[in-house]
Design a protein around this ligand. Structure first.
Ligand code: NAD
Ligand code: GDD
Length: 329
């Protein structure tokens, strides 16, 4: 018998990659999202379009024959979306409602196991003030002080999932993702994260030009290629460990050095201009001690490999989009 999985948020970036992976592993997969995945349905056996804020949709997609649910649907974006404050109410309302609806149906239908995608944004700001020495170990989550409402919602929902595990016996698996990037991720439109935004800026700027980077460029992050994120999700789901556990890279880099890396890959000569913008925490890096201990695994791919693939993919997207634009005008 094939295992049956539901992927919520399959029209999005990580959800889309996860569907492909589950299909390769021989699963029967139902996808659901507000929208189709613009790069194809990744071989899902069923795609149900709808709004998971609506409890009736949640009741329709969560059927009692499912073995596993992967809950990735959320109102989500990079610094330009989550750190401006403009979308706080929508982010909290939409994502919390989705989680409440999906979990309640998982309980009603007695689904054995559910995965939840939390975020490194739930870690306290006070541990991420020094760009060279941020602390993001799982046990540093409390006293809680995330710097965004997006992070507070993730923390609330982690607790929600764990309370359903305690009171209703659903097996829960929670990962805290650290800035996941790669082909088929959002690369334009305002929700894109730094890796895609910087690749796009470099790709669209002529040789000799200038790219703009938000902040002083000394803020640090680590970025994880999506293949390794999906590998981590599957390993966590197959383990006996509930989490929460970091799924991220430990290869920390300043944003300006990241921009220099992309410029190097492009072969162009470009300069960087640091401008004011939403910056989020000063420093962030994954701490992979716990994942190594519990799953005997951690991501290993060098950042540069993933950035090369992503830069090439975004260059192709720009060509397609420019071609479309020139046909319309
Ligand atoms: P994404 O935006 O590409 O995917 C999320 C999907 O959820 C979208 O396709 C969106 O249409 C869908 N969605 C939103 N509201 C919905 C609703 N009401 N009903 C049905 N579907 C709805 O984002 P992603 O990068 O693939 O992230 C997946 C998950 O991982 C999210 O929960 C996100 O918060 C979390 N996460 C991602 C990162 C990252 O770096 N990508 C980091 C931390 C956490
Ligand atoms: N998005 C973006 N676009 N960021 C830029 C840009 C740009 O053009 N230029 C510089 N940056 C800087 C941001 O100011 C920020 O300091 C840093 O690059 C990283 O930005 P993002 O990649 O957008 O977001 P983040 O790392 O602060 O947070 C993201 O990752 C979390 C998980 O680690 C967000 O996507 C969160 O939603 C997510 O949970």
């Amino acid at each position: 018998m094939k295992k049956k999985a539901l992927v919520c948020g399959a029209g999005g970036f990580i959800g889309g990659h996860l569907v492909s992976r589950l299909k390769k592993e021989g699963y029967w997969v139902r996808s659901t999202d507000l929208k189709e995945n613009e790069y194809g349905n990744n071989g899902a056996d069923e795609m149900i379009l709808g709004d998971l804020r609506n409890p009736e949709l949640a009741a329709a997609v969560v059927t009692s024959d499912l073995d596993e649910i992967y809950q990735l649907a959320a109102d989500m974006g990079g610094a330009g979306f989550v750190f401006t404050g403009e979308h706080d109410a929508a982010i909290m309302h939409n994502s919390a409602t989705i989680n409440l609806n999906v979990l309640e149906e998982a309980k009603n239908k007695k689904i054995p196991k559910i995965f939840y995608s939390s975020s490194a944004c739930m870690y306290p700001e006070y541990n991420q003030l020094d760009p060279d020495n941020p602390t993001c170990s799982e046990d540093s989550a409390y006293p809680a002080a995330p710097d965004s409402e997006y992070g507070w919602e993730k923390l609330f929902s982690e607790r929600l999932f764990l309370s359903y595990q305690r009171n209703h016996g659903i097996q829960v698996r929670i990962a805290r993702f650290h800035n996941i990037f790669g082909p088929m991720g959002t690369w334009t439109g305002g929700r894109e994260k730094a890796p895609a935004a910087v690749c796009r800026k470099v790709a669209e700027t002529p040789d000799g030009g200038i790219i703009e980077i938000w902040g002083d460029g000394r803020q640090t992050r680590s970025f994880l290629i999506v293949d390794e994120c999906v590998e981590g999700i599957r390993r966590l789901m197959n383990s006996n460990f509930s989490g929460p556990v970091n799924i991220g890279s430990e290869e920390m880099i300043t944003i300006n050095d990241f921009a220099k890396m992309v410029i190097g890959i492009s072969g162009k000569k470009l300069s960087i201009k640091n401008i004011p913008g939403p910056t989020g925490v000063r420093g962030r890096n994954s701490d992979n001690t716990l994942i190594k201990e519990k799953l005997n695994w951690a991501p290993t791919q060098p950042l540069k490999n993933g950035v090369k693939k992503t830069y090439i993919w975004i260059t192709e997207q720009l060509k397609v989009s420019n071609k479309r634009h020139s046909i319309i005008h």
